[in-house]
Write a protein that binds this ligand. Structure first.
Ligand SMILES: C[S@@+](CC[C@H](N)C(=O)[O-])C[C@H]1O[C@@H](n2cnc3c(N)ncnc32)[C@H](O)[C@@H]1O
Length: 285
């Protein structure tokens, strides 16, 4: 009986009025660039209802008032709750083949910088690291990978580099053996990315919307995949202008399978499936 009451309490209903929902949409758009619409209403409700319970609040209005109080310390949890973090190892495998070719063609001894600009729980930058290591022979370049995301919770998971076996189950067995340590005892069912790969990746929190971008170096490849879909066109344009400024002249930008940059032909030209080079720096130049 106690358990049922506890469940009823944790499943407590709140009223998400149109006004509250519009406020959520306005705040997350201003802070993270994420555009939500009516189709996301249930998602917003279920993810933020957990925050209301956590903060022991009885209404969305009270939660949003608290959020807008500077000292609430709630902003990061609000953002973490509303991001969508779906990812996987070697998602869109052709990008990693192109990356390996790019690295193999880089002059020997040159250290290359790579950037995973919305890295989520780390599968993407670790896949980049695996591709870089496997493409490398004695004369090939080493790679340093910057991996950033706005969401601090996913970054914690990414830094640990520990994944459930089913996350690596579909990968080539030899690759798993080369790059992962299988857990034993209380860690069985888990696989950890090996230290030499973890050492290649630096995870940092970074909001693509923030006005000052701290990175000064240029990248040989930038993965900015499956994040632009959440942004409106003016936001996408601003981010793509800045990404163009951080790509090496012959560098490659990879974007998500449902994204395209046909609207930014002055900045980028296609060089493969959902892969782009700077305009004027293509194969023929
Ligand atoms: C669907 S995941 C994509 C992960 C990976 N790039 C991939 O394609 O598998 C989108 C990621 O973008 C991040 N994100 C959303 N808004 C962002 C922003 N303004 N700045 C940086 N990252 C953001 C989310 O936290 C989330 O982890």
């Amino acid at each position: 009986m106690t358990a049922v009451l506890a469940m009823a309490d944790s499943g407590r209903e709140f009223d998400l009025s149109d006004r509250d929902f519009s406020r959520v949409c306005r705040l997350i758009h201003a802070h993270a660039g994420i555009s939500l619409n009516e189709s996301k209403r249930n998602m917003v409700y279920s993810r933020l209802a957990r925050r209301l319970r956590e903060r022991e609040l009885s209404s969305f209005a009270a939660y949003l008032d608290l959020l807008e109080t500077e000292e609430s310390g709630e902003w990061q949890d609000f953002v973490n709750a509303l991001t969508t973090n779906l990812t996987s190892f070697f998602r869109e495998a052709h990008h990693f083949e192109m990356l390996a070719d790019l690295l193999a063609a880089t002059p020997s001894g040159k250290q290359v910088a790579l950037w995973s600009a919305a890295c989520s729980t780390g599968e993407e930058p670790y896949s980049m690291a695996m591709s870089a290591r496997d493409a490398r022979d004695a004369s090939a370049p080493t790679a340093r990978i910057l991996a950033t995301d706005i969401d601090t919770q996913v970054l914690e998971t990414a830094r640990r580099g520990v994944y459930r076996d089913d996350n690596v189950a579909r990968l080539d067995r030899d690759l798993v053996q080369r790059h992962f340590q299988r857990g034993t005892g209380s860690n069985s069912g888990l696989a950890r990315v090996k230290k030499e790969l973890r050492d290649m990746v630096s995870f940092r929190q970074f909001n693509l919307l923030q006005p000052a971008w701290p990175m000064t170096e240029k990248f040989a490849a930038i993965f900015c995949r499956n994040v632009m879909i959440y942004f409106d066109k003016p936001t996408q344009r601003g981010i793509m202008e800045r990404i163009a400024a951080r790509l090496e002249p012959r560098g490659i930008l990879f974007i998500g399978h449902s994204e395209n940059l046909l609207w930014a032909r002055d900045l980028f030209e296609p060089c493969g499936r959902t892969a782009y080079r700077l305009a004027g720096c293509g194969e023929g130049n």
